[in-house]
Structure formats: C-alpha cells, structure tokens
Design a protein around this ligand. Structure first.
Ligand code: ZN
Length: 541
C-alpha cells in the first residue's frame, strides 16, 4: 500500500498529516541507548494517542524521521554539514527540521540529552487525532541556558511505593529537557550500612513516612532509578547531609541538640567524628557511583549546637564539609561538588554567619568546590534569600545553583496550581547573575508538583519564558484537543483564583473536560491528580 503524506495549508502554517505506517523512525548505526529508548517512547505515544503504527525503518515509508547526533548517525552528520546553526549548537541543544517536501524530518541533538529533549519537543508540537498525527512544518533550534536541569525526588514520602511509575516519570522529565535526578541517602534511617532490617522503631523524624526497606534494598532502588536516568542521557545527583550518621553512632561523638537535627548525627568537633562521617559518606558514594553531582547540605537535617561548632557555617559545618569535599574529589575527580546553604538564616545557625562562609570561600575557593547551592524558597522563613542576599552571592562570583521549594508551601491534594508563587520563583531565579547561574534541583515530595517541574525545566532552557506560555504547553500536551478547556480549569484551580463563581465554574469546566477529552488523557496519572484537586471543591463524586 502506498502511503500518502500531505503538506496541507492550514491558515498560515503548513501541517504535515501522517497516517498509519507512513512515518518511519531512522536511527543511526551507532544509536545510543538514549536514542533507542526515546524512539520507542515516541512510537508508544503516537500509538496510544492516535492508534497509528510507525513504518519499518528499512522500508519505503513516505516520511522518515531521522534521530541522533553527528556521532551516532551518518544521515544526521550529512544533514548537519549543511547547517551552520547545528555546528554551533550549545551543550545539550537540539534542532528540529520538519519539512514534508523533502520526505525527511530531523531531530538533531548535540548530546543524548539534547536528542531526548528534541524528541520531547517534537511530541509536544504534534497534534494527536484518532488515525491522524499532525505535525506543523517547522525549523527550531534551541539550547539550554543552564547545564544542570535537575529534579530532586524526596524518596520516601510518595515516590518509592511506585518504582515503576518513578521510572516512567524520570523518562518523562527528560522529555521536558530535564537532565539530572537527585536523591538523598538518609543514613539515619538505618542502624548501619550493612543493616538487613527495615526501620522498625519510631525516630521522631518524619515518622509519618516510615522507611520500609533495608539500606541495601534502598541502595538497589537508587541504582535502578539512576540507571533509568542514565539511559535517557541524564546525570545522577546525590544529596547528603554533612554530619549525618547511622542511628547506632557512638554516643560520645554525637551532636549537642539543635533544631531540625536528629540526635544521632555526629559533632564534627569531637575527635574521630569527622573521619567516621567521611568514611560513611564514601561508602554510600561508592555504592551508588558514578555520581555526577554531589550536594553537601548543612542543615535540615544537620548541625550541632556545641560551643566548638558554633556558629555552624564557618565552624562545625566547615570542619566536616572541607575533608568531605576533598575526599569525594579524590575518589571521583569529575564529580561536581556543590556546597548548599539551605536553612542557614536560622538564628541557631548563626543568623548571617553563612555570609562569612561565602566570603571565605569566594576569596579562596577550594579546588573541589563547584559552587554554592542556594535556597529558592520565598515562603520558607529560614531558607529564603532577600534581594540583598542574592546580591551578596552575585558579588561572590562563584557558580550558583538553586534548590527550589515547590512541595512544602501550601501543599494540598491534587495537582498544584499557584501562578503567583511560580512567578515569584522565576523573578528570584532571574535576580541571580546569569553568568553564574548553572541551574538547580526542584524539591519534589509528590506527584502534584508536575506543573512546577515543567516550568523549571522550561526556565533552565529559557529563564524568561512566561508562566502562562508554559501552562499553554502543558495543557496542549496533556489535554490534547481539549487544551483550551483544560487550561481554563487550571486557571480556576489556581490558588490565587478569586472568581466568586469559582466552585460552580470548576464543576462545569471539569464536567465539560471529562466528557470531551480523549481516553488517553484519562489514562494518564495526571488526570487523577486533576480530579483530586477538583474534589477539594466537592465537584467530583
Ligand atoms: Zn559540635
């Protein structure tokens, strides 16, 4: 059967219409695991949403989508030779060239991550109808402005009970241009590294989200998620609290209690404690290697209030952070090591002593230190940064990355929509010197931070992209032909919505959406989150 591909005129845009078995995906002879996986995800998404199967790559398909990098695919190499913009594509950038008249479409990536982000963008540009896939003719070249585009998943609250779903989510993050996943190994959940039991007793530290795994099972799960991330061309990140310890830590080496820190943490001023903490961290690091990005957290949890550790930033913290950074650098020279300053505005951590730490390190930055990780948390009393604080970091001239709070502030069931908060985060992000800003981690506790994820992964590429434009992208991708209604519902669900008829309108809009969206919208877990959010207004059953 001969396939026909139409380049139909649609007002101003040329739209390429694709039907069953008309489009083949062509990978190169040296296709990477990321390229193979993203090609499979593309085929799966097209099939699920339109019913269309792709054509065999070796056959005579009317249209061929060539995917890869100059190194992996000779067709890409030949195509790129004709394009100056591809030769100068920034790190992790991509180029999409869709012109039906030539019979070939291209997604060219500068790296694996670029290929994946490019295919993700292509998926978002496509329009899915039963039996028909529409793709606007287009030429897009884009590269991210920030190299570290990460998501931090706080594991034990809502994610770890659904490892298969987390795997799929990590893949979806990559499609949005995210290139790193960070996890925190909490030593204090266990009696020791080799403990074979799960945590049985209460510890008073996030007891509502008890651990159900032994440390080795826990590490195995981390390795699994990292493997999923690497297969998508992503980096791995590990967050560790500087003076963390197992719950059987020697009593004599423990901290003098301080806010937000379990008592089994160790005091860096006591003889032998630092050596022990560094050895434990090394053990975890090696068990999870390779780790691309290592984050040393000072607090929450962490700290010690003894007189030798006070003030914590320049004294206790630095006593352990310095040898820890040196050790990690020695065992893994390519790992980026960031020093976080989360929560240090609290009076118990010396108030503004973190400024002395930043000043000292700006003057004489240790070779192992990549830069500072600063809180982006305008509603967190002790992690928030004032305009003056941001200026201070800018003047320190060290590379910066942000740790962004999107889960704790005004958490509620169901997909979070809070445009004003997001806009304030964006303003703050853009208040840092763009020459220093390298990206960051989004602190996510649960699935409902998905929209904020798309915002930040859009901003790491283009930090000026308006919130409204990202919401439009989101609605188009996840509500399909009902994007407009879905978008209206998101606006009504927004925590800032003051419409007096809000409840009634939410009911009507949800009902309209529910009756009109294609089935694939309702099969996505996001639909359940939307429903959960609507249920807060008692409009769903
Ligand atoms: Zn101490």
């Amino acid at each position: 059967m001969m396939a026909s591909v139409h380049a139909a005129e649609n007002s101003q845009d040329k739209v390429i219409e694709i039907h069953d078995a008309e489009l083949a995906v062509v990978l190169g002879a040296k296709a990477s695991p990321a390229e193979k996986r993203v090609a499979a995800l593309l085929a799966e998404r097209i099939k699920n949403r339109t019913g269309i199967a792709l054509a065999e790559p070796g056959g005579k398909a009317a249209l061929r989508l060539v995917i890869g990098t100059v190194a992996s695919n000779d067709k890409i190499k030949a195509f790129s030779a004709t394009r100056k913009d591809i030769a100068s594509l920034g790190t992790d950038g991509y180029c999409i060239s869709a012109d039906a008249r030539k019979g070939e479409l291209y997604v060219v990536g500068q790296s694996d991550s670029g290929v994946v982000a490019g295919v993700g963008r292509l998926m978002r540009e496509m329009r899915y109808k039963p039996g028909t896939l529409e793709l606007p003719a287009m030429q897009i070249t884009e590269a991210p402005q920030m190299p570290n585009r990460g998501m931090y998943l706080w594991a034990r609250k809502h994610y770890f009970n659904h490892p298969d779903r987390v795997d799929r989510y990590i893949e979806e993050l990559a499609l949005w241009g995210c290139n790193a996943v960070c996890l925190w190994f909490e030593m204090g959940l266990f009696k020791s590294f080799d403990d074979t039991e799960m945590q049985a007793e209460k510890t008073g530290f996030h007891d509502s989200h008890r651990n159900r795994l032994s440390p080795q099972q826990w590490l195995a799960l981390y390795r699994r998620f990292y493997k999923t991330a690497r297969r998508m061309g992503m980096k791995t990140g590990l967050g560790m609290c500087a003076n963390d310890a197992y719950r059987t830590s020697p009593e004599a080496l423990r901290i003098r209690p301080i806010i937000g820190c379990p008592n089994w943490y160790m005091c860096p001023s006591k003889p032998g404690a630092v050596e022990q903490m560094v050895a434990w961290q090394e053990e975890v690091f090696k068990a999870l290697a390779p780790i691309d990005i290592y984050n040393i957290f000072p607090a929450d949890a962490g700290g010690c209030s003894c007189k030798d550790c006070t003030p914590w930033p320049t004294r206790g913290l630095w006593k352990v952070a310095k040898p820890l950074g040196e050790r990690i650098r020695k065992i893994s020279p390519k790992t980026e090591i960031w020093l976080d300053t989360w929560h240090l505005n609290h009076p118990t951590f010396g108030g503004k002593d973190w400024k002395n730490l930043v000043a000292n390190l700006a003057k004489d930055a240790p070779a192992w230190m990549t830069g500072f990780e600063v809180g982006l948390a305008p509603h967190h009393k002790y992690a928030k940064m004032s305009a003056e604080d941001r200026k201070y970091y800018n003047q320190a001239k060290q590379p910066l990355t942000v740790f962004t709070e999107i889960s704790m502030f005004r958490n509620h069931p169901g997909m979070l929509v809070k445009k004003d908060y997001w806009k304030s985060l964006q303003d703050e992000l853009n208040d840092y010197d763009p020459k220093l800003m390298r990206g960051g981690w989004l602190y996510a506790e649960r699935w409902n931070t998905d929209i904020a994820m798309t915002l930040f992964n859009s901003w790491y590429w283009n930090p000026r992209k308006p919130v409204e434009a990202v919401l439009d992208d989101y609605a188009a991708f996840y509500f399909g032909p009902e994007a407009k209604t879905g978008r209206a519902l998101l606006d009504l669900l927004d925590d800032g919505c003051r419409d007096p008829q809000r409840k009634q309108k939410i009911r009507q809009t949800f009902e309209k959406l529910e009756s009109a969206v294609p089935d694939w919208v309702k099969k996505d877990w996001r639909w359940d989150e939307i429903k959960l959010n609507c249920s807060r207004f008692r409009v769903t059953e």
